[in-house]
Design a protein around this ligand. Structure first.
Ligand SMILES: Nc1ncnc2c1ncn2[C@@H]1O[C@H](COP(=O)(O)OP(=O)(O)O)[C@@H](O)[C@H]1O
Ligand SMILES: [Mg+2]
Length: 288
């Protein structure tokens, strides 16, 4: 449905998008990567707010760089820095945004606004000022505004950053219910966001897509190659010099070191079941 081919974007010395190639079908797609990876640049480019320097992006065969309206007509977008929190009620603000999006029939608009407020669980707070919403309520409001007009493509950029665990789960549930017929692209630097939810994902680092596939498939690639050992803190640096260390995790004053290796790295390491975090670091650091 969306096809990204050989896309590049540079900002002076920074190669923010370095030869991106992706085909996206309807469903929830997770774009996982650390800060500075290029996630927001890719999403802004897909949202036609920015043009690529090179490459093509098509939506059902139509070039969206040449025809940005073909994307804008079907797009809902929640930017990373959605900053509209005025002192008017959630219902009034949503109605206002709906007018800007071209929903001119007052009755239909009101029905859609109320249905969306219900869907994102804000009915109780629809008359309260958006300025007073909590972080989670703001993000759910952000999704409601993105879903006005029933978009076929929904792009949400780091929506879970800053949410507490309860708000985060509620937000992710909302996305997974948003509809299987939409292409939903969720960017995040949090592995758990994609682990339970996305059937398809990509790992992005330094402007490149370094891995692509279902979470289980990415984990499958490092099966039988992950080893863990609990060590004292001063021993960690020595292990990092000798082995492909995936991650280190503090555990009750000690450190659990995870290493990628075909064979047992050294005495004391136990074979471990790989998780998505292991797979994330293995690809991000290009260890496989
Ligand atoms: N408008 C811009 N001007 C200059 N550099 C930018 C601009 N937008 C992004 N960058 C740079 O491009 C890289 C990727 O940024 P970004 O797409 O925001 O990554 P992410 O969203 O994954 O954190 C970073 O090095 C960032 O500093
Ligand atoms: Mg970003």
């Amino acid at each position: 449905m969306i096809e990204i081919q050989n896309v590049h974007k540079r900002f002076k010395a920074v190669h923010a998008l370095n030869n991106i190639n992706l085909k996206l079908e309807p469903g929830l797609f997770g774009l996982l990567g650390p800060n500075g990876a290029g996630k927001s640049t890719l999403m802004r480019t897909l949202a036609t707010l920015q043009e690529p320097d090179e490459g093509t992006i098509t939506l059902n065969g139509t070039d969206i760089v040449k025809n940005p309206d073909s994307m804008r007509r079907v797009l809902g977008y929640l930017p990373q820095d959605f900053g509209v929190y005025p002192r008017i009620s959630g219902e009034d603000l949503l109605d206002h945004i709906a007018v800007l999006k071209g929903l001119h029939n007052k009755k239909e608009r009101r029905e859609q606004v109320l249905a969306l407020l219900e869907q994102v669980n804000l009915t109780k707070h629809k008359s309260a000022a958006v300025a007073g919403y909590s972080g989670g309520m703001r993000q759910r409001f952000g999704v409601a505004q993105a879903m006005l007009g029933n978009p076929k493509v929904l792009i949400v950029d780091e929506p879970t950053a800053g949410l507490d665990p309860f708000e985060r789960q509620r937000f992710l549930d909302l996305l997974s219910e948003a509809g299987e017929e939409k292409v939903i692209i969720l960017s995040t630097h949090i592995v758990e966001d994609v682990r339970d939810l996305c059937t398809d994902m990509a790992i992005m680092g330094d402007g490149e897509i370094v891995a692509r596939g279902a979470p289980e498939a990415l984990i499958g690639k490092i099966k039988n190659s992950v080893w863990r050992k609990t060590v004292e803190k001063p021993d960690v640096d020595g292990l990092k010099d000798k082995h492909k260390v995936l991650q280190t995790r503090l555990m009750m004053g000690k450190v659990v070191v995870s290493v990628l290796s075909d064979a047992k790295p050294e005495a004391g390491f136990e074979a471990a079941d790989p998780n998505l975090e292991d797979a994330y670091f293995a690809h991000l650091y290009k260890l496989i």
